[in-house]
Design a protein around this ligand. Structure first.
Ligand code: RIB
Length: 342
């Protein structure tokens, strides 16, 4: 059976707190002789400090939680990579929790992370429109950095991207190529960043004298299949579409599949723009034109902000908003011939 801090204390004839303080190098008030006796026992018995026990004295476990909604979407591992690299530099471990966009699972993970005494949590909520549980967590005093999907509260710390600008850039790019019949496959509209991308799409149309046609908008869910189904619906109802803005890369991949199954070519017949710029998008044939989110840097920044909060340091900004970047590749081209846009 593993040696415990209690065993060491008994053998050294001191309190558990004294052993814990010596292990955590807090030796003021502990004699040299006692300190050496404790360290000798730790070495001889091969004692491994239990993170929770250590946390009971230092009130820190040097661990942070990262809650994401869909680990199967490559965007989130890019975020996690940034969080882990940054946390590691500061000596923190990361507990990764995947909620599958399920609010109940999200609440379970919040409780699990609190029971593990994590020092703070980075959070991409699965249902940011229902966030009482998140505000309770913040009010409980656990440092929290919201990431990517903003909740409708101003009293938060967070790292986001300007989704409105991203939707606008995607649409403007297609209009500059001569497209006038531009469809949009949105993310789940209960998520704020999906609503913001759609608003940017509408701004792009209206700013260029084009009407917003609800028939050209399909609500997806950020997964490949909604790109497949959404494109089928859009093409069946509108034969003269020349471009589709998919509000994330996975749905753009679904659009590729449907467009090809209908016998159309990309971009000759239909241009496609995505959003995220996950690694696959530059390997796809044709490579996907998309809006880049600096997911890795967002993760680095969120972890850095969280650890500053944990260590009681002040943050210069509560909210950090990254700029989106239009990455032009081969899935967009000029409109081939004037279509009857009536
Ligand atoms: O691809 C998944 C989407 O959900 C990304 O665009 C990201 O913003 C996340 O919210």
């Amino acid at each position: 059976m593993a040696v415990t801090i209690k065993d060491i204390a008994k053998l050294a004839n001191v309190s558990i707190t004294t052993v814990s303080r010596v292990i955590n190098n807090k030796t003021e008030g502990v004699s040299e002789e006692t300190r050496n006796r404790i360290l000798q026992l730790v070495k001889e018995l091969g004692y491994q400090p239990n993170a929770i026990a250590r946390g009971l004295v230092t009130k820190k476990t040097k661990t942070v939680g990262l809650i994401i909604p869909d680990i199967s979407n490559p965007f989130f591992p890019d975020i996690a990579r940034g969080v882990e690299d940054s946390a590691h530099i500061y000596g923190y471990n990361v507990f990764l929790c995947n909620t599958d966009d399920n609010l109940e699972k999200e609440s379970e993970y919040i409780n699990a992370l609190k029971e593990k005494y994590v020092d703070g949590i980075i959070f991409t909520s699965s249902a940011p429109s229902n966030y009482e549980h998140i505000m309770e967590l913040i009010k409980s005093g656990v440092p929290v950095i919201m990431m990517d999907r903003r909740i409708e509260s101003e009293d938060i710390y967070g790292v986001f991207i300007d989704n409105y600008e991203g939707g606008y850039l995607a649409t403007k790019h297609l209009i500059d190529l001569g497209h006038r019949k531009i469809a949009c496959i949105t993310g789940p509209l209960n998520v704020r960043n999906a609503r913001e991308r759609l608003a940017g799409y509408k701004k792009g149309l209206l700013e260029n004298g084009l009407e917003v046609d609800e028939e050209l908008i399909f609500e997806g869910d950020y997964k490949i299949n909604s790109g497949i189904v959404g494109t089928e619906k859009l093409l069946n109802n509108n034969k003269d579409i020349t471009a589709i803005f998919a509000c994330n890369d996975l749905m753009a991949y679904g659009a590729y599949k449907t467009i090809r199954s209908y016998g159309y070519k990309i971009p000759d017949d239909i241009s496609i723009v995505g959003f995220d710029d996950i690694q696959l998008s530059q390997i796809l044939e044709p490579q996907l034109t998309t809006i880049r989110q600096p997911a890795y840097d967002m993760g680095l920044t969120a972890a850095r902000m969280l650890i500053k909060l944990i260590e009681g340091k002040k943050l210069n900004k509560k909210i950090v908003t990254f700029k989106p970047q239009l990455i032009i590749r081969q899935s967009t081209g000029t409109v081939k011939e004037e279509k009857n846009y009536s």
